[in-house]
Design a protein around this ligand. Structure first.
Ligand code: 3HC
Length: 283
């Protein structure tokens, strides 16, 4: 199947990044948010990213304008009526995702593939809200989407070969390298990354080292681009929180237990860069 038009549900950090990358690759994109204010915020963030690229001389003004012109913002799922692929990038809450997929099953054409950008939840569980189990898969991007080269492709027991291969071609067509994982909690990257960042929080909590030294240790000792606490601030403490919660519920593995400090920061909305404060200050 040929993908011409792509829908993206959610224009937060991940949804905006996915919308940007897909539109830059030449696809028409419909991107939705729950209200006009969030939609405007998401579209403005895409515009700002593209403006930076123009200022750096990495993108022409004409290409930026053409990219923005390929993006249509909406607050209604009716506008997904002519999409060939719809990617859901909402918060990591199963009930919410199931509701979105039930709506998409009605509004997207019968031939359309439905995908979730979930970080940790079961794609099969989401698929049960639809009448097209064979046309569901996971397409998991990484933050910041325009920079990170990886996509994890998640195949459920019901995903058809055609859906899977179309998903693979699509991810490659937007410039990503594909790795494949089964529909198991956290797939590959989060299964390895989440325990590490949670351990970093426990290290801080127990006073073994300062936030700066934990981050510097991993950055210089393991050559990671950023330390684990800075990474939580980038991804969003709430995002890591929901992923860890879902992975613990699914596996009961104690390495996914959320440390006390994270519960407190979550309650205080110290969510990282997006709220101006996390492990570090961004104001
Ligand atoms: N959006 C778009 N582009 C961005 C960006 C953003 N949010 N942040 C940085 N960039 C671009 C910059 O514009 C710059 O582009 P250029 O080379 O064309 O000028 C390039 O990235 C490098 O940025 P900087 O020079 O400002 O800074 P760094 O060299 O430190 O790179 C980083 C920033 C790319 C964020 C790097 O620190 C990094 O790779 N960090 C690790 C990120 C990571 O691990 N992500 C995965 C998180 S886990 C996840 O997403 C899974 C999910 O399920 C939770």
């Amino acid at each position: 199947m040929e993908i011409k038009k792509v829908g993206v549900v959610g224009c937060g950090t991940m949804g905006a990044g996915i919308t940007q990358v897909v539109a830059m690759s030449g696809y028409q994109v419909v991107t939705s948010e729950i209200n006009d204010e969030l939609l405007k915020k998401g579209l403005n963030s895409i515009n700002a990213q593209l403006t930076k690229s123009v200022e750096k001389g990495k993108l022409s003004q004409a290409d930026k304008d053409a990219t923005m012109a390929r993006i249509k913002g909406t607050t209604t799922t009716k506008d997904f009526g002519d999409c060939d692929l719809v990617i859901e990038a909402a918060v990591e809450l199963m009930d919410l995702k199931k509701k979105i997929f039930a709506d998409l099953d009605k509004s997207a054409p019968k031939h359309a593939i439905l995908a979730s950008n979930t970080s940790s939840l079961s794609v099969m569980d989401m698929a049960t809200a639809t009448s097209r189990l064979d046309k569901m898969l996971g397409i998991h991007f990484f933050n910041p989407v325009p920079v990170m080269k990886l996509v994890e492709l998640i195949r459920t027991i019901a995903t058809s070969d055609e859906t899977f291969e179309t998903g693979r071609r699509f991810a490659e067509s937007v410039g990503k390298t594909v790795v494949v994982a089964k529909d198991a909690p956290g797939f590959i990257v989060n299964r390895l990354m989440v325990p590490q960042v949670l351990h970093a929080v426990r290290l801080l909590e127990s006073g073994i080292a300062s936030r700066e030294d934990i981050d510097t240790a991993i950055q210089l000792g393991l050559n990671h681009p950023m330390g684990p606490l800075t990474l939580i601030d980038l991804v969003g403490l709430d995002v890591v929180y929901f992923i860890a919660q879902a992975m613990y519920e699914e596996t009961k593995d104690p390495q996914y237990i959320i440390p006390n400090l994270m519960h407190k920061m979550f309650a205080a909305r110290w969510l990282g860069r997006k709220t101006g404060k996390g492990f570090y200050d961004y104001k």
